[in-house]
Design a protein around this ligand. Structure first.
Ligand code: MRU
Length: 347
């Protein structure tokens, strides 16, 4: 997998500018926190695990010009808290971002006796560990999930849960990459994913590049394919999973889960533990991002709806745990009852 979605390079965060794909593969070097915040907000970098890594690098950008000689560590911790709060205002749904901010802050607090210069080094080490962990857990999930893809089957996915949504491998697509590496032959149906077409622009781009036979469909064609018996399983990523297994993912995921239940198609969520929010009991507590109406009323600057029309544009929906067949994590495959089995696997 030669896709480097996000990297820390000489004091800046280098990201693939995903707004430009599939037309152009170009990079943005985020040298300051504001640029990175803008990149997150505008989906130049996106996907829950990649947002976690971006948050870690954002912290490094936010502290990089802080005076090394400052003696008052409390002031530094206050600055760090402000940086974390600011990053937290970028996008609300993917919990990876908040889990990482908490982890970075806690590491600094637990080393508060160190000098500011040392704290900066400790935080850089932590951010790089977060990056490496993402690479590792994606491959572990791939290995745990690959057996769920049967040779000769056709599976469906939505949005982009691939290398572009993580450091470099993917969650749902990571399972497909691992299955391919095991020599399995299978096909993928990618839902285009309105309004911003992460499925068409990003998932199709990755899968074609990886030479996995892929068919692109408009979102409203999914039911027909399932009715025709042409889908053997659905694999999606996640932005936040509650303690009971309720899962927030890209808008339209819930539609697929309902359809899957109706047609007897297994529905799998692939997500690392950094996507779990065990502070919340159910999906009802997940904050859902609403994005600007222009994403729905125009495409690439061309209007697709009349001016003045009302628009509702939630970026995510929540799939009830009762619709999920299993959740694939880096520690293994979790089956229902989720509330009980999530707790068990964490022990
Ligand atoms: O709005 P996006 O593109 O950030 O939404 C991303 C998704 O919904 C992905 O499916 C999810 O983050 C899982 S990524 C492995």
């Amino acid at each position: 997998m030669a896709i480097k979605t996000i990297e820390w390079r000489n004091g800046s965060a280098r990201i693939i500018d995903q707004r430009q794909l599939p037309g152009k593969l170009v990079y943005i070097d985020c040298r300051d926190l504001r640029t990175l915040w803008w990149a997150i907000k505008n989906l130049a970098v996106r996907g829950a695990p990649a947002l976690g890594v971006a948050a870690a690098f954002g912290v490094l950008l936010g502290i990089k010009n802080y005076k090394d000689k400052e003696k008052d560590t409390k002031k530094f911790l206050q600055h760090l808290e402000d940086v974390c709060d600011y990053i937290g205002t970028s996008r609300p749904t993917a919990v990876n971002l908040f889990n990482v901010l908490e982890r970075m802050y806690d590491v600094a607090v637990s080393h508060r006796k160190h000098s500011v210069a040392e704290l900066k080094k400790i935080l850089e080490k932590e951010a790089l560990a977060i990056f490496e962990e993402d690479r590792k857990v994606c491959r572990q999930m791939g290995n745990f999930g690959a057996h769920l893809i049967r040779p000769g089957s056709q599976i469906m996915t939505v949005c982009n849960a691939g290398a572009l949504a993580t450091a470099d491998y993917g969650t749902a697509l990571g399972v497909m990459y691992s299955a391919k590496r095991q020599g399995k032959k299978f096909k993928v149906v990618a839902c285009e994913t309105r309004p911003l077409l992460q499925g068409a622009r990003l998932t199709a781009w990755e899968l074609v590049k990886e030479k996995i036979p892929t068919t692109l469909i408009c979102d409203n064609m999914a039911a027909t394919l399932m009715k025709q018996g042409k889908i053997d399983g659905i694999f999606t990523g996640a932005d936040r999973i509650a303690s009971n297994g309720d899962t927030a993912n890209k808008i339209g995921t819930y539609n697929l889960a309902v359809l899957a239940k109706h047609h007897g198609v297994p529905f799998y969520v692939v997500a690392p533990f950094s996507t779990f929010d065990l502070k919340i009991k159910s999906g009802a507590q997940i904050p859902i991002e609403e994005r600007k109406k222009e994403e729905v009323t125009s495409f690439a600057g061309t209007p697709t709806a009349p001016a003045g029309v009302n628009v509702y544009n939630p970026a995510f929906d929540v799939t009830d745990h009762s619709l999920i067949t299993a959740i694939i994590t880096e520690r293994g495959v979790i089956k229902p009852p989720f509330a009980e089995n999530i707790k068990k696997i964490l022990k």
